[in-house]
Design a protein around this ligand. Structure first.
Ligand code: HEC
Length: 124
């Protein structure tokens, strides 16, 4: 029995420990990043698919008070996306904790944080 466990030790180090580490909630590790013109269409598509249901296709909201026109600080944007947010009453809409729950990668959060900081209202 002891022998068998010793033989298994390398396997435990190689497979089990990294698997456990991967389960740990992601730490907040945002770095500012410019979106390259090559990446831009994918970031825009990710925004439309993941965020527009609440924040509107161009950050105007969906009649729910969730416009992103004031969100000019990419670091603050990344923090909101990483930890999630809850809107005050009466609507109390909840944004998922995209980082903590590993729903998006650090790169995706960094790029989206930059992307939404670029939203401009249609009025001058
Ligand atoms: C289910 C609805 C929902 C979805 C989907 C959603 N959000 Fe949010 N978001 C919210 C709510 C609610 C808040 C908090 C608003 C408040 O505090 O009044 C918020 C806040 C934010 C803020 C902070 C705004 C500020 O300046 O305080 C940013 C930035 C943001 N969201 C970006 C995103 C991005 C990018 C996505 C897509 C990955 C996304 N959200 C998806 C509901 C959502």
């Amino acid at each position: 029995m002891r022998h068998a466990l010793i033989k298994l030790a390398p396997l435990i180090f190689q497979l089990v420990i990294p698997a456990l580490a991967a389960e740990a909630p992601a730490a907040f590790d945002y770095r500012p990043q410019k979106i390259s013109s090559a990446d831009r269409p994918a970031v825009a598509e990710l925004y439309v698919n993941t965020c527009a249901s609440c924040h509107g296709p161009s950050g105007e909201g969906n009649g729910n008070g969730l416009a992103l026109y004031g969100s000019k600080d990419p670091l603050a944007n990344a923090a909101a996306m990483h930890f999630g947010r809850k809107q005050p009453p009466p609507l109390e809409i909840v944004m998922p904790a995209y980082g903590v729950q590993s729903l998006l990668t650090q790169t995706q959060i960094g790029q989206l944080a930059e992307y939404v900081a670029g939203f401009r209202p249609p009025w001058p």
